[in-house]
Design a binder for this molecule. Structure first.
Ligand SMILES: CCCCCCCCCCC/C=C/C(=O)SCCNC(=O)CCNC(=O)[C@H](O)C(C)(C)COP(=O)(O)OP(=O)(O)OC[C@H]1O[C@@H](n2cnc3c(N)ncnc32)[C@H](O)[C@@H]1OP(=O)(O)O
Length: 396
């Protein structure tokens, strides 16, 4: 356990991975950046750390390292933490950048940080997304877009540059979006992805944001989040449709067993590499997959990580219908618009008649899978896989 905690601690590098180094988009924040000639106040500095999160364009690793070093110097002073090992590439690069600032005074570092952020903001001014609060469908981030039209509420995963990997915030936002969609006046609800991927599953950087309670606390809260997330799909009251616009990985595949319809482009693949990641099945797939495809086909996917083509997934019952990529969007939306005109109450009640008998069982399976995963996340097998991915040594 100490080894696992140590490796995670190194990954975090004193909170570095959850520090303003991560360039993610957030709803607009007020900014008061100081000009280059003025000294930066603490308030300017705080605003600048928020501004970094608003940059739409990734400023590149070199600038991110500079920002990191200045941030650490401004908040903690000169680098006096142990140098990470040579194989710990990411943290070593950060340590080097911080250490290179020597004894630069905190105030100067703060000032330089604010200046650097101001120059980055000026060069990407148009990239800041200002979303009026009243128009926001759910709080937290623009990594999820919710629209309602023609009787269809569509929840779109919108992190195409990260293959729509699910951050912790996105799990929460999807739950909120589903809760709202379950109550709105749309007839059906769709989950889809923006870009070339449907979703690459859990964002593996979720493992790096360790709370003061340590990795055990992280695993515990992760298991609660997972259980709550999957429960929302089990309980969703209306017809739920997945429009799988590209490859799907991990949890985005397993929860498909809880959807009512799954339409896929012929470019989509379905991959659940849990053993490779030292993990185990979730999303009720330990029950839904063997039920729909038989235990041995389910084992090939869930235990051996066999990646299915869209057509194979259709043969196995995971996908309802496959469409040529060139006509996918057009054909699917024409179909869904027609379905959305059917009487909504009849559709909702029919769905419930089909699904309700299994609900209690699914909740119990979800709770059990989440518990088992909590243990898995603390294993060396899982940690090694996550570290390998984050240090760019491994990909699926
Ligand atoms: C204790 C912690 C609990 C946390 C919260 C728990 C909540 C519930 C969790 C439920 C359990 C879920 C399990 C799963 O979903 S397992 C599946 C996890 N997914 C993966 O392992 C996929 C990893 N990604 C890849 O292997 C490749 O990126 C991929 C094959 C998907 C695409 O390869 P390609 O070469 O086409 O593209 P890139 O690799 O260059 O990707 C572009 C950028 O996107 C980043 N990326 C992609 N996927 C992920 C991901 N899943 N997590 C984090 N980042 C991801 C990739 O790093 C690239 O980023 P950069 O451009 O910055 O390099």
């Amino acid at each position: 356990m100490a080894g696992v905690a140590g490796r995670l601690a190194r990954l975090r590098c004193s909170g570095a991975l959850s520090s303003p180094l991560q360039v993610t988009r957030f709803p607009a924040l007020q900014l008061h950046l100081c000009g280059p000639a003025m000294r930066a106040s603490q308030k300017d500095f705080e605003n600048a750390t928020n501004q970094v999160k608003l940059l739409k364009k990734d400023p590149g690793n070199e600038v991110k390292l500079k920002l990191y070093a200045l941030y650490k110097q401004a908040t903690e002073g000169p680098c006096n933490v142990p140098k990470p090992g040579v194989l710990d590439f990411i943290n070593k690069a950060k340590w080097d950048a911080w250490n290179a600032l020597g004894s630069l005074p905190k105030e100067t570092a703060r000032h330089n940080y604010v200046d650097l952020v101001a120059s980055l903001s000026a060069s990407s001014e148009s990239s800041i997304q200002v979303t009026p609060a009243a128009d926001r469908k759910q709080p937290g981030s623009d990594a999820l877009v919710v629209t309602s039209q023609d009787g269809i509420t569509t929840i779109t995963l919108n992190r195409p540059d990260k293959k729509n990997a699910l951050t912790t915030q996105m799990y929460h936002d999807i739950m909120l979006a589903l809760e709202a969609a379950g109550k709105d006046d749309s007839a059906i609800t769709v989950l889809t992805g923006n870009g070339d991927y449907y979703c690459s599953g859990n964002d593996l950087t979720n493992f790096t944001d360790i709370p003061p309670g340590g990795v055990e606390e992280k695993a515990r809260s992760g298991a609660v989040l997972l259980r709550d997330f999957v429960d929302c799909f089990i309980d969703f009251p209306k017809p739920l449709v997945a429009v799988v616009n590209g490859p799907a990985v991990g949890i985005s595949v397993t929860i498909l067993g809880l959807f009512d319809i799954v339409y896929a482009t012929d470019r989509a693949t379905f991959h659940t590499p849990f053993s490779h990641l030292g993990q185990s099945p979730e999303g009720c797939s330990s029950y839904t997959f063997p039920k729909m495809m038989g235990p041995s086909k389910a084992t090939e996917m869930l235990v051996f990580g066999k990646k299915l083509t869209a057509r194979e997934a259709c043969t196995q019952g995971l996908v309802t219908e496959v469409f040529p990529d060139s006509t996918f969007q057009k054909e699917v939306w024409v179909r869904l618009k027609a379905y959305s005109k059917l009487p909504p109450n009849a559709m909702r009640i029919s769905k419930q008649v089909i699904r309700n008998t299994e609900k209690e069982k699914l909740h119990a399976i979800n709770a059990e899978e989440s518990n088992i995963l909590r243990e898995r996340w603390l294993s060396d097998e899982c940690m090694n896989a996550v570290v390998s991915f984050l240090s760019k040594k491994a990909k699926l």
